[in-house]
Design a protein around this ligand. Sequence first.
Ligand SMILES: Cc1ncc(COP(=O)(O)O)c(C=O)c1O
Length: 328
Amino acid sequence: MSLLPVWGEGGPPSQISRVSSVLHLVGNTPLFELTKVTTGLSPRVRVFTKLEGFNPGGSVKDRAALKMVAEGLRAGALTPGKTIIDSTSGNTGIALALVGAVLGYPVELVIPENVSIERKKIIAAYGAKMIYSSPLEGSDGAMRLCRQILHETPERYFKPDQYFNTANPQAHYETTGPEIWRQTQGQVTHFVAGIGTSGTIMGTGRYLKEQNPQIQIIAVEPDDAFHGLEGLKHMASSIVPGIYHEGELDRKIPVGTEEAYEAVYRLGREEGILVGQSSGAALWASLKVAREIEAGVIVTLFPDFGDKYLSTNLWVGWKDFDKKQARV
Ligand SMILES: Cc1ncc(COP(=O)(O)O)c(C=O)c1O
């Protein structure tokens, strides 16, 4: 099959669709088949990924943010005059800032000070305010500082509280899960995803298990408390999210930072997809599963694209990868 899209004489087919709000563009992301990094696998194993960077805020977190705010409005917890506040490792902040901008609610975000400069600028571009927590305490430190601010003036704020809000996994139960089921025509056998808040894996996993209890739900987590996989949580050393139910998982795969980074480099060169480090972790774990089975349809999820991480450690070691490749 040609790698180039087949277009008629007049260029790409007309796909004029009208939307009246950017929020209508959340979800319905493409399911992309990985055909290069999967070389050498059994021909009866296929690996697909949801490209969540295509959401308007640039990540999977648009789904959860939209659902949590919509639920807050429905329940009367978010009313005019209130400010949306939350602690976030970055993507949820961007998503909340986007949703707040569209709906006309101010947004304040508590984030670790060492979050990448690109993320800070994106949040500022949507008009949200940032409050910095200690870079040494990671996302748990941001969570604690946010709780303290809320404790002082609770009436000012609506806190979506992504780690404890059931609307977070519900967003994936209602959108990500059905999309994967539909896009694979019910053939998915494994779903592999990283755990941050665990909203993605919990909600998507629950939906897929309801369609077919044989589908394996596999979580990906950093192999160590000190890791460089922004967006992912090492559960044993973290505050465990209230929405996380380990019993609903079939398996957890630990991934090293270096392996995840190398997977990111491969995706750029081989598939033409530039993603963030948590996507590299998802790919590494998916390929591990793929090598273990004879037949199956593995679906993973790449939470975002890579442009937000260009100034992070991810791109410090890539020249060594280059040299290693040259020696192979
Ligand atoms: C880059 C990135 N990867 C993965 C995740 C994990 O998603 P979830 O919170 O749904 O577990 C997040 C969430 O914050 C993220 O920002």
